[in-house]
Design a protein around this ligand. Structure first.
Ligand SMILES: [Zn+2]
Length: 333
């Protein structure tokens, strides 16, 4: 069988690996559904997969996160099997194994080995830093920052800058931080490790997600729920504290010293966009060089770039062909 039949990305966003596996969106003919991590663009059609697939596979941490981000009843609608890093399940004549991806808590890369011994790999979302590179015959890769213009060549440490900016803000009182689930908890961990001792306050879901992260070994410091009496007092009196909100709430929270964490920053690790308002370039995706590094080390014969999710799939496929001489295409077309 030609390698090009071993993997694809469908018009609905499902990453198909080997004969049986559909990752990150529902596919009506594949018996195994994989959720690589708990971000919304990787949970597409999960209800349908729970109803129709034989098994829905995810890591334990991803399962816990989905229970709080979505609804604890959701995953009861089907057969969920948790598969942790390095563990393999056999299905018919193929084997499925998860590996760690440095992205958010629980994120996994997926390896399918078929009966001919082909290694078919899907990275999911990842940051190259602490993601193990898997040898692949066919590699499906994300391309959020797949353009050569997406390079973070900062000589300053972004984590240090984040801590410095927050410390500056705390002199004025409350510091608001806006970001996505997973990233906010990374910010808490960075601040906690840097000994930023003020109370952390989190809105309902951010609080719940944080508790899951702690249960899975992250250290986030002293965290209060927004509705706690002490938290309310701190916020009302503009006492030095940190308040963490999902990016979606940014418009509703007015004033204060504001920090947004975002990957879409390439020129400067810290940019002042208004009065007491900053964007810090903290990303949970690889930049262009990181994506290239993965492909180079993985040594695939064929690269398929995810062109369903946001990013630069066409550009990245072209760069892989031109720079590495490896057959590469962006799918769906
Ligand atoms: Zn993601």
């Amino acid at each position: 069988m030609p390698l090009s039949t071993k993997a694809t990305v469908t018009d609905k966003g499902a990453v198909l690996l080997g004969k049986y596996v559909a990752c990150d969106a529902h596919d009506s003919v594949k018996p195994l559904r994989v959720v690589t991590h708990a971000h919304a663009d990787h949970m597409i059609g999960i209800e349908q997969s729970l109803r129709e697939c034989e098994k829905v596979l995810m890591t334990n941490a991803t399962k816990d996160l989905i229970n709080v981000i979505r609804d604890p009843l959701l995953l009861m609608g089907g057969f969920v099997e948790t598969l942790n890093y390095g563990k393999t399940i056999q299905y018919e004549n193929e084997r499925v194994t998860f590996f760690h991806a440095d992205h958010i808590l629980g994120a996994a890369q997926v390896l399918v080995e078929d009966e001919e011994g082909n290694r078919i790999v899907y990275t999911g979302d990842f940051r190259i830093d602490e993601t193990p590179v898997l040898d692949a015959d066919v590699l499906v890769i994300e391309a959020t920052y797949g353009s050569p213009t997406c390079k973070r060549s900062f000589n300053k440490d972004v984590k240090e800058l984040l801590v410095d900016t927050v410390m500056k803000g705390l002199k004025h009182g409350i510091v608001y931080v806006f970001g996505y689930y997973g990233k906010l908890q990374e910010v808490m961990e960075i601040l906690h490790e840097a000994n930023v001792k003020v109370p952390f306050i989190a809105s309902e879901k951010v609080f719940q997600v944080s508790k899951i992260c702690e249960a899975h070994g992250m250290h986030l410091g002293r965290l209060m729920h927004l509705e706690e009496k002490e938290a309310k007092r701190l916020l009302e009196t503009n006492a030095p504290c940190m308040a963490f909100y999902h990016m979606g709430s940014k418009g509703k929270i007015k004033g204060g010293f504001r920090v947004t964490v975002s990957g879409w920053e390439f020129d400067s690790p810290c940019r002042e966009i208004g009065d007491k308002e900053f964007i810090i370039a903290l990303s949970d995706h690889s930049d262009f060089e990181g994506l290239m590094e993965y492909v180079r080390k993985s040594k695939p014969k064929l690269v398929i770039v995810d062109n369903f999710r946001e990013g630069y799939a066409e550009t990245f496929a072209r760069e892989v062909r031109n720079r590495l001489g490896i057959c590469a295409m962006a799918l769906p077309k």
